[in-house]
Design a protein around this ligand. Sequence first.
Ligand SMILES: Nc1ncnc2c1ncn2[C@@H]1O[C@H](COP(=O)(O)OP(=O)(O)O)[C@@H](O)[C@H]1O
Ligand SMILES: [Mg+2]
Length: 251
Amino acid sequence: MITISTFDNEKTENKISESRNQTNDLRIFNSSISHEIKAPIRAIDGYARIFLEDYGAGMDENGVELIENIRTICRDTLTLVNKLLDYTKYAEMEPIKEPVDLKDLIQSVFHELVGSYSQSNSIKLQFEGSIPFILSDRFLIKQVITNIISNSLKFTRGKEVGIITAGYQYENNVPVFYIKDNGVGFDMKFSENLFGMFQRMHSSYDFEGSGIGLALVKKMIESLGGRVWITGEVGKGACTYFTIAQEDILK
Ligand SMILES: Nc1ncnc2c1ncn2[C@@H]1O[C@H](COP(=O)(O)OP(=O)(O)O)[C@@H](O)[C@H]1O
Ligand SMILES: [Mg+2]
């Protein structure tokens, strides 16, 4: 017979309350990051903008460029802080699953994002295999698709015709989803840890970014019960694969 002592119960309750406190600490930490870091960065950017408006006309090109550099650094830092906040927010989220039309989601994410990438008119989205409905957390899976598609859009920049292909297939009896592109790709020899924080294969001079996207994708896919990996070939493109639990594949 299994008996649970009051002592064990107390220990479990202590653990739960400890973990609640930690989550609460994280929320407080996040909101203070938002206020204490983002506000001054916005202020610096605001002063730089006013400075340019009021004194730009009297400055030479180099002076204007220096102030514009300040504004660019402010924008990049705000993006980075937002991505870090996303990371802490989504990585901790408990999934709430419901039926999701994955093909429709991929299409709508593509259309939402494509406009913000240059040469958007020459980037196409196509499908291979028929993408099933899945049981997933709508919010988390959208973040996953957004991160993967935005990588494909970014790394196909410069291609005359960028092609993004989303597909679904069985590999060793396991259902696998993938999103591939014909972009710059990367060298697999040095790519073991692309799912780690801040890991990148490309310099930010060539392609902007912070190396948080795939780390977040991994956290979210794992919390949805799946696995994720990526392959690439220099000059040919990359393919990001992910699985979800078999019982979450609907017809
Ligand atoms: N579709 C892709 N094509 C080429 N390289 C990619 C692709 N997706 C990811 N990578 C490589 O993996 C790195 C990490 O991706 P990610 O975490 O999304 O960071 P970021 O997009 O901020 O660079 C990228 O910097 C890039 O080197
Ligand atoms: Mg990315």
